[in-house]
Design a protein around this ligand. Structure first.
Ligand SMILES: Cc1ncc(C[n+]2csc(CCOP(=O)(O)OP(=O)(O)O)c2C)c(N)n1
Ligand code: SF4
Ligand SMILES: [Mg+2]
Length: 297
């Protein structure tokens, strides 16, 4: 067997995490979402995550399809509601590692209110946001992330509304871990996912990703591959940068890195402390025992 043929028969390391009966997936050629899933599979490998205790929650959108392809407890919820679903899941079963995996529109437009309050509460969940600067699944409408002057189906003359700076928003609401990378930075994305999943409290990872079919085409930015090269040439790594300084302007430098990594009591910890202080530690232990025994878990 030639080396090339042999290379093709080697199992893809991501396969063991995927529902292979659902492949081929729906994502377009050059789309960055699949790259992020590959990074996630590697993060599960490297972090030695117990899949029996992992749950993934997505909202609606091209990124929202991720949950459907992952072969463990995964939930494809309604648009914008992945975070409250995930918060409830974690509170009901604190042993779970709960990861929300969704798009910029799902998490910061319709779901924005849920995101800010989950960060404020320091809910014990990890949020992975694939930011492709638009509502891709519904045809390329502008999102709260679309840079000023970029085109979208709902902004044929270019956007005139200032976009959110996602790391700044997450940090100012209370997130304890905040990082941003692009789909070019696959090793860093994998590491950030691992770190975020190991963090107690609300962790947030933004991944800037191409949507060549809609955002890139409408803005004449080339193919998915062209965008990877652009990300490589136009991003800089500034760990610890103030999130005040990481706004994204149309076709300007993208600042990446780990911006926040701090500790403060998480929602579960403060809830436990409150119940214990009012009703006694025994009461909290009783509640936890009952949850573990419940057939729903
Ligand atoms: C309540 C509700 N409103 C609107 C929609 C239509 N809708 C589906 S996905 C989506 C936007 C998705 O954008 P994003 O989260 O950025 O995901 P992407 O497709 O870009 O990955 C919208 C508006 C919906 N499904 N449900
Ligand atoms: S429309 Fe855009 S985000 Fe959706 S699958 Fe295609 S390239 Fe990816
Ligand atoms: Mg999007």
């Amino acid at each position: 067997m030639s080396d090339a043929v042999e290379a093709c028969t080697v199992d893809n390391p991501a396969e063991k995490y995927l529902r292979m009966d659902r492949i081929p997936h729906i994502w377009c050629p050059g789309c960055g979402i699949g790259t992020t899933v590959n990074c996630f599979a590697r993060a599960l490998d490297e972090g030695d995550v117990d899949l029996e205790k992992l749950a993934i929650v997505s909202g609606i959108g091209c990124t929202g399809r991720v949950a459907g392809y992952l072969d463990f407890d995964s939930f494809h919820t309604t648009h914008g509601r992945a975070i409250p679903f995930a918060t409830g899941l974690k509170l009901a079963n604190p042993e779970l590692k709960v990861v929300v995996y969704s798009g910029d529109g799902d998490l910061f437009a319709i779901g924005g209110n849920h995101l800010i309050h989950a960060a404020r509460r320091n809910a014990d969940i990890t949020v992975i946001c694939v930011n492709n600067f638009n509502y891709a699944m519904t045809g390329g409408q502008v999102a709260p992330t679309t840079p000023l002057d970029a085109m979208g189906t709902t902004a044929p003359y270019g956007v005139c509304e200032r976009p959110f700076n996602l790391p700044f928003l997450a940090k100012s609401c209370g997130a304890v871990y905040v990082a941003r990378w692009t789909t070019y930075h696959v090793r860093q994305v994998t590491k950030a996912m691992t770190e975020a999943m190991n963090k107690k409290g609300f962790s947030f990872v933004e991944i800037i990703s191409p949507c060549p079919t809609l955002y890139e085409r409408r803005n004449r930015l080339g193919s998915g591959l062209d965008r990877m090269k652009w990300f490589k040439d136009n991003s800089s790594i500034k760990h610890g940068a103030s999130t005040d300084d990481v706004d994204i302007d149309f076709q300007q430098e993208i600042i990446c890195g780990k911006f926040v990594d701090i500790d403060r009591p998480s929602l579960l910890e403060v809830t436990e402390a409150k119940v214990a202080s009012v009703r006694g530690k025994q009461r909290w232990e009783e509640v936890s025992r009952r949850q573990k025994k419940s057939p729903a878990h």
